[in-house]
Design a protein around this ligand. Structure first.
Ligand code: ADP
Length: 492
């Protein structure tokens, strides 16, 4: 015998109740029946929600069938109700079925009761299963929607004509359009490199691929183009759907470009370092050979000359290595950042350079500024020191070096400058001089590292440096920005 069925029987006659119960048991059903015959008793009985079925008489004194039926529906909507009655007219039967009564059985034809009960129970089970799967489906749709809306990647659901059927928040943010605008668009309006004529070929390609991952370029609402990584999947449902995820990779692309640039710079750096270190080394080696020969020949005069050359080459190598070491320290060795006024920096630098300034009778013009800077004080000084030293070093022969130091706003930026009346720089070489070991005159003193160092420091503060000169003999202006060293909200 199966599980006990709990039946609620609305019946005023105890005899009829027993009759029905006995009948069901005789027919092999394992039932536990409870009888109610008043609205209050029914109300109480419905507090239990584990009834399997209700059998109800049509006429119970003081309890109208329709009332008890609507009470059952409102409390336990899925509980099947079978009407077991003395007589039911055809019209009434139709009306009751419409109302939602599961079945009806005449009391004098109880043989139908078992099959009616079994069918109702089967219907109830099926209804419950349908409800459960609908609930599961709803939950899974909700989950899917939450995932899509919170995904870091943009999302499209697209038909095979290139119409967007669904998009997520992330894509709206990426593209600058709202969902409503996007759903009225076709992909050629969003993908930068395809025209309306290309759509079908592109979609055919995606369908053949089934699953694909590739890079593309999209157009934002404001017209800007940005890089995206696309992963697409074709699903042969509802006439064909393409599920597409889009990731904004503009930053990654930018970083790749920077990395490329840095790698090229490093390559150039290594090449220059090895090249420039080689020449004093070759000098040392050559003069060591002479030294051996001159020692054998005991040529004292030449010996002294050889040693002088070797010393000179060793000094050059030391200078190069010291400067290289200094260059590598910039940005690597952290010194505490301090607030310092531009004037303080300039005064400190001019004091340090007092010797060379006086020696060249240099005329220096200072700005009238209370601009404050925030950064590594000695690095900030190093910028000005190198530029002022160069302005003196590369002054024209027989003329007094005149140097103007200043700061001025240009196009929303604060630009610092060191302007001289020196030898000037040929426009062709103006970007080269910031490279490591770059000197326009190989015979000039110095390792050609000063400006590379200045550029490193400037870039560390998010700035850039450039030179303006009309050419040889026309003086030069070195200009630079230091956005990350500027103290905000200070009047300039
Ligand atoms: P260094 O002065 O040690 O040679 P820098 O890197 O400071 O190295 O300068 C690189 C080159 O740029 C110099 O050798 C010189 O040819 C040129 N240069 C720098 N500053 C000036 C200037 N104010 N006027 C003219 N040429 C300059």
């Amino acid at each position: 015998m199966g599980q006990t069925l709990k039946l609620l029987i609305i019946e005023d006659s105890q005899d009829d109740f027993l009759l029905v119960e006995r009948h069901l048991r005789q027919q092999g059903l394992n039932v536990s029946c409870s009888r109610v015959d008043s609205a209050e008793a029914l109300e109480r009985a419905l507090d239990d929600d584990d009834w399997n079925l209700v059998l109800s008489d049509f006429t119970v004194p003081g309890l109208d069938f329709k009332d008890s039926f609507s009470m059952i529906r409102s409390r336990l909507p899925d509980l099947p109700v079978i009407l077991v009655s003395g007589s039911v007219g055809e019209e009434q039967a139709v009306e009751l079925l419409k109302l939602g009564v599961h079945d009806f059985v005449l009391k004098d034809k109880l043989t139908r009761l078992v099959s009616a009960v079994q069918r109702s129970l089967k219907d109830k089970r099926e209804l419950e299963e349908r409800r459960r799967s609908e609930e599961l489906l709803r939950e899974s749709e909700e989950r899917y929607r939450t995932i899509l809306q919170t995904a870091m990647d943009g999302f499209w659901l697209m038909d095979t004509q290139g119409n967007l059927l669904e998009v997520n928040e992330t894509y709206c943010r990426m593209s600058g359009y709202n969902a409503q605008e996007l759903l009225a668009m076709r992909i050629n309006e969003l993908v930068a490199e395809i025209t309306s004529d290309d759509i079908s070929a592109r979609i055919k390609n995606l369908m053949e691929l089934v699953e694909g991952r590739y890079e593309s370029r999209h157009r934002r609402k404001d017209g800007n183009i940005y890089d995206v990584e696309v992963s697409s999947q074709y699903r042969p449902v509802e006439g064909g759907r393409l599920v597409i995820f889009l990731r904004d990779i503009t930053e990654r692309k930018q970083a790749e470009k920077e990395l490329h640039k840095k790698n090229a710079e490093i390559e150039q750096f290594i090449y220059t370092v090895s090249h420039d270190l080689r020449s004093p080394l070759v000098t040392v080696k050559t003069f060591m050979g002479y030294l051996e020969k001159d020692m054998v020949e005991n040529n004292q005069e030449q010996l002294a000359q050889d040693i002088k050359y070797i010393h000179g080459a060793a000094d050059k190598m030391k200078l190069l290595l010291d400067e290289l070491l200094e260059l590598s320290r910039i940005g690597r060795i952290e010194t505490p950042q301090v607030s310092v006024s531009l004037m303080e920096v300039l005064v400190e630098v001019l004091n340090d350079l007092a010797g060379i300034i006086t020696e060249h009778q240099t005329d220096i013009q200072l700005p009238d500024t209370d601009l404050m800077l925030f950064g590594d004080r000695s690095r900030l000084c190093q910028i000005w020191q190198n530029l002022i030293e160069n302005a003196i070093k590369y002054s024209r022969e027989n003329s007094i070096p005149r140097i103007e130091l200043g700061v001025c706003p240009v196009g929303g930026e604060t630009v610092f400058f060191v302007k001289d009346n020196g030898i000037g720089i040929d426009p062709h070489y103006q970007s080269r001089i910031f490279g490591i070991f770059e000197k326009l005159d190989p015979k000039s003193p110095g390792a050609g590292m000063g400006l590379s160092m200045v550029r490193r420091i400037v870039e560390k503060y998010g700035g850039r440096i450039w030179v303006e000169s009309e050419g040889i003999g026309k003086g030069s202006s070195f200009l630079f920005t230091l956005p990350q060293a500027l103290v905000p909200d200070v009047k300039q």
